[in-house]
Design a protein around this ligand. Structure first.
Ligand SMILES: [Ca+2]
Ligand SMILES: [Ca+2]
Length: 375
């Protein structure tokens, strides 16, 4: 007879097999933003200076920081006029796709732009540095996971610099997994892929710039910017047709379902391109659902998520976005019939084909697909 413990182990193994591969959740554990600038401008007793940091470590799913300064002064010294001026704009933002405890992407971007000028004996200098425009995003990876890291870094080499780094903590220091210093000129476009081992990681983004006006170069401006997207998980692609539609790109929501686990992802779909790209932390058999604002949800069974995993053709006519095309949708089109965006009865949900007018074309879409239901 088997012992009670052996039976429990067998049951645990069985339940693992039934639920498939465990869902690996990526957790954003920390965030830090700093916008810092310093300046000196003026002359003699009319000199102005400061070193201003603006920091934020609130952990949110998205945030934007911006800060700026403009200053100028002028005067007369020994019968000669002088002037001095500085200006700076700093902004950064980030967002995670998914939730803080189960994200699939971190997007980070930032800019710095500054200028300084002087006349006569005046002096002016400004910098966004130490660090300038900086962001950290800390996260944990529980199991070996693929990633795609792409973006762009630009700066004026005569007075700016910056970098983007994907780093892992080796229990003593942060080590670079990917680093834009490896790019030609240490800037430009980059697109890297690989696999992250389990561990603690951070995305480190920074841009700096500075300019000091001199007698030789009495005025000037400098700038730097970065933007990056870090996708965690397996990249999944396929074709998607937004039926009966000619308008601008639309957001499609995907749900990737395995047992009790559901991941929600979104992708902008350009009807002229007709493809999608999403990332998942699931492997093994899944059901993938795709749904657009006025398109019915469609389901596809996928043996293993990845490239070319499933193609969708979404049926249009679901004005109210529920699970069926019926009288409610018909009524929305009839109520807005003949409307254009400036009309009193305009309802964007009724312009099913996205051409800017509610007319017979939209009516026909509802009538043709009448009574269709979602997967
Ligand atoms: Ca409906
Ligand atoms: Ca229309």
């Amino acid at each position: 007879m088997e012992s009670k413990m052996k039976v429990q182990i067998r049951l645990a193994t069985l339940s693992l097999l039934l639920t498939g591969v465990a869902h690996a959740q990526m957790t954003l554990t920390g965030r830090y933003s700093e916008l810092r600038y310093d300046y000196v401008y003026g002359f003699g007793g009319d000199t102005h200076s400061a070193n201003v940091p603006v920091t934020n470590s609130a952990l949110l799913s998205q945030d934007t920081e911006s800060h700026g300064y403009i200053g100028s002064d002028s005067g007369v010294w020994a019968s000669m006029g002088w002037s001095a001026a500085v200006g700076i704009d700093l902004q950064n933002e980030y967002s995670v796709e998914g939730s803080l405890s189960d994200f699939s992407a971190i997007r980070s971007s930032g800019t710095i732009a500054l200028s300084a000028s002087k006349g006569g004996v005046g002096g002016a200098g400004i910098g966004g540095r130490n660090p300038g425009n900086q962001q950290f995003h800390y996260f944990t990876v529980p199991t070996a996971t693929p990633y795609d890291f792409f973006g762009n870094l630009t700066f004026d080499p005569s007075g700016g610099s910056g970098f983007l780094a994907l780093q892992v903590f080796d229990s003593i220091v942060w080590q670079n997994v990917r680093f834009t210093y490896s790019l030609p000129g240490a800037q430009g476009n980059f697109s890297w892929s690989g696999t992250l081992a389990p561990g603690s990681y951070r995305l480190y983004s920074e841009a700096t710039a500075n300019f000091i006006a001199t007698n030789d170069v009495p005025s000037g401006s400098r700038s730097a910017s970065y933007n990056s997207t870090l996708h965690i998980g397996t990249r999944c692609t396929g074709s998607i047709v937004l039926q009966d539609y000619v308008g601008v790109p639309r957001l499609v929501t995907f749900q990737i379902v395995q047992g009790a686990t559901t991941e929600t992802r979104t992708a902008m779909v350009d009807p002229n391109v007709g493809t999608y790209e999403i990332w998942t932390n699931l492997s093994g058999p899944v059901t993938v659902y795709a749904k657009g604002s006025t398109w019915l949800r469609q389901a596809r069974s996928v043996a293993n998520p990845g490239l070319n995993m499933a193609n969708f053709t979404l049926k249009n006519g679901n004005c109210n976005g529920d699970s069926v095309i019926d009288l409610s949708d018909y009524t929305i089109v009839i109520t807005a019939f003949n409307a254009v965006p400036v009309s009193a009865n305009w309802d964007i949900r009724a312009d099913l084909n996205g051409d800017g007018v509610v007319d017979l074309t939209d009516y026909t879409i509802v009538v043709t697909n009448f009574n269709a239901v979602e997967d």
